[in-house]
Write a protein that binds this ligand. Structure first.
Ligand code: NAD
Length: 494
């Protein structure tokens, strides 16, 4: 499909601006808020804004549906049939989802078509396969007792998600929650509100009962907060910043002690040891690891820990690889970098470039607004060299296409610098030495380790953080289990 077609389709698109409560499209009681296309600053739509009253309505409908058993007690095979149809419908609507998220947050359309939508469909199919594998057990008891442990859903799950993968992050929450038999109230990020309503709509079209899957748009500080504070919400599943993640724990404590699953920020190290197997591949993968999705990735490889012995060679190779990351029109299929999500985020990232320069690091290239793209929220891919682990650009999550290269000396020093962070989401390790690889894999405090590769994975594997990157895991069978609770039943056989 040519670029012109995507533009034509975008121009013809009339985004749905309502959200979804009780099996139907709903209008919020809070007026409207504008969602802006960061590629050109134009208003895409005025979206219906929810209030805490709308959250009350959505949670009440979710609870009513849950208690009715329409979904929570549906026979596993029937629930699976609905979920498989749901996945098929998303797959059939790939263009709609691709356009909505690309317009909303600037993600390249090719990424949506080739990564986000297929990964979302795969996530739903995987969690669906788990449904009839959720079993209980019996325990060893005296002969006059039967004791069994049942797995039951939790009730109403509140899902609060960020804007960097609007569709996929929502699916990582709602798919396991629904698979386990819960009702869901989803609160999308206010920067990317357009696609979520279609998820709920398609779930209903697939045969999902009314009230089971609700979406309410609106600001985090009011609508998100009301959801996290709600006494009828059994679990909050949150992906977003560490700062707001900490608020979720407070809200749970201030309300009903709901379960809180947090997937938060990161400052992922890519450790380049002097004996790495193939410098060109490492440099190419490292560039993709920080410039993919414009660096707006929780596990972006934003810290390059490079052994001093290969420092110059690595920088040279990395600079060459970075030339293939070119900001441009996200509706053009050839584009691999769009604008940042908002002009505010652009300002924040450019602010970090200033902080890096003033802090004494050397800006090797980029980190500026690219020529000719001034109308959008663009930042050119950039690299700081000569970074010290104590500098702010080495410590804080920039969430943009800016890498910080920190020279290291050998394995011990690499471990020390890699762990010199409040975060622990992921790490990349590049070495030919088996002992070095396993030593680093063991010592680095992170939930995911990639050896001689980066950003690989599958739905079968857990994804989540150590330290302040979070307290939960997305993907994998255990995640579906985490949306259930065990009930212990002791039966006296008289
Ligand atoms: P954010 O924390 O600002 O917002 C996330 C969500 O929380 C949004 O829906 C927002 O409306 C809501 N929110 C904000 N304040 C709230 C409040 N007081 N009460 C309730 N809800 C509130 O994060 P963001 O800027 O949207 O996303 C970027 C962050 O997400 C980065 O830190 C990134 O690392 C993280 N992230 C983590 C993962 C992961 O799997 N660990 C994945 C993607 C993104």
């Amino acid at each position: 499909m040519s670029a012109t077609n995507w533009h034509e389709r975008a121009a013809a698109l009339k985004p749905e601006t309502r959200f979804f409560i009780g099996g139907d499209l709903a209008t919020g009681s809070g007026g409207h808020f504008e969602t802006i296309n960061p590629a050109n600053g134009q208003v895409i739509a005025a979206v219906s804004e929810g209030t805490p009253a709308d959250i009350d309505r959505a949670v009440a409908d979710g609870l009513k549906a849950y208690r009715s058993g329409s979904w929570s007690r549906m026979a596993p095979r029937d629930r699976m049939a609905v979920m498989y149809r749901f996945a098929d419908l998303i797959e059939q609507n790939v263009e709609l989802f691709a356009l909505l998220d690309t317009l909303d947050m600037g993600k390249p359309i090719s990424d949506m078509v080739n990564i986000d939508v297929p990964a979302s469909v795969h996530c739903i199919r995987f969690t669906t396969e788990c449904i009839d594998k959720l079993t209980g057990s019996t325990t060893a008891t005296p002969s006059n007792v039967l004791h069994y442990i049942n797995r039951e859903p939790l009730g109403v799950v509140g899902a609060i998600v960020p804007w960097n993968y609007p569709l996929l992050m929502a699916v990582w929450k709602i798919a396991p929650a629904l698979a386990a038999g819960n009702s869901v109230v989803l609160k999308p990020a206010e920067q990317s509100p357009l696609s979520a309503v279609h998820l709920a709509r398609l779930f209903a079209e697939a045969g999902g009962p009314s009230g089971v899957f609700n979406v309410v748009n609106g600001p985090g500080e009011t609508v998100g907060r009301a959801l996290a504070l709600h006494n009828d919400v059994a679990k909050i599943s949150f992906t977003g910043s560490t700062e707001v993640g900490k608020l979720m724990l407070q809200y749970a404590g201030q309300s009903n002690m709901k379960k809180v699953a947090l997937e938060c920020g990161g400052k992922t190290p890519q450790v380049m040891m002097a004996d790495l197997p193939d410098l060109a591949t490492a440099a190419k993968t490292a560039a993709a690891g920080i410039y993919g999705n414009m660096g707006e990735v929780c596990n972006a490889g934003s810290r390059l820990l490079v052994d001093r012995k290969i420092h110059d060679e690595f920088v040279h190779s990395f600079m060459r690889e970075s030339e293939s990351w070119i900001p441009g029109d996200p509706l053009n299929e050839e584009t691999n970098m769009g604008p940042l999500v908002t002009f505010e985020q652009q300002k924040r990232v450019l602010g970090y470039v200033d902080i890096g320069k003033k802090g004494g690091a050397s800006l090797a290239f980029g980190g500026n607004v690219p020529q000719g793209l001034e109308k959008g929220a663009y930042v050119a891919p950039g690299l700081f060299t000569g970074v010290d682990s104590g500098m702010r650009i080495a410590k804080e999550e920039i969430f943009g296409p800016i890498a910080a290269l920190i020279p290291v000396d050998g394995v011990e020093n690499a471990i020390e610098v890699a762990n010199d962070t409040i975060y622990g989401l992921a790490a990349g390790i590049w070495t030919s030495n088996l002992t070095t690889a396993h030593t680093l894999a063991r010592e680095i405090e992170a939930g995911t380790i990639w050896v001689n590769c980066f950003d690989e994975g599958d739905m079968t594997q857990p994804f989540g953080g150590y330290k302040q990157s979070g307290n939960a895991r997305d993907k994998c069978f255990d995640t579906v289990l985490a949306y259930t609770q065990s009930k212990s039943v002791w039966v006296k056989l008289v």
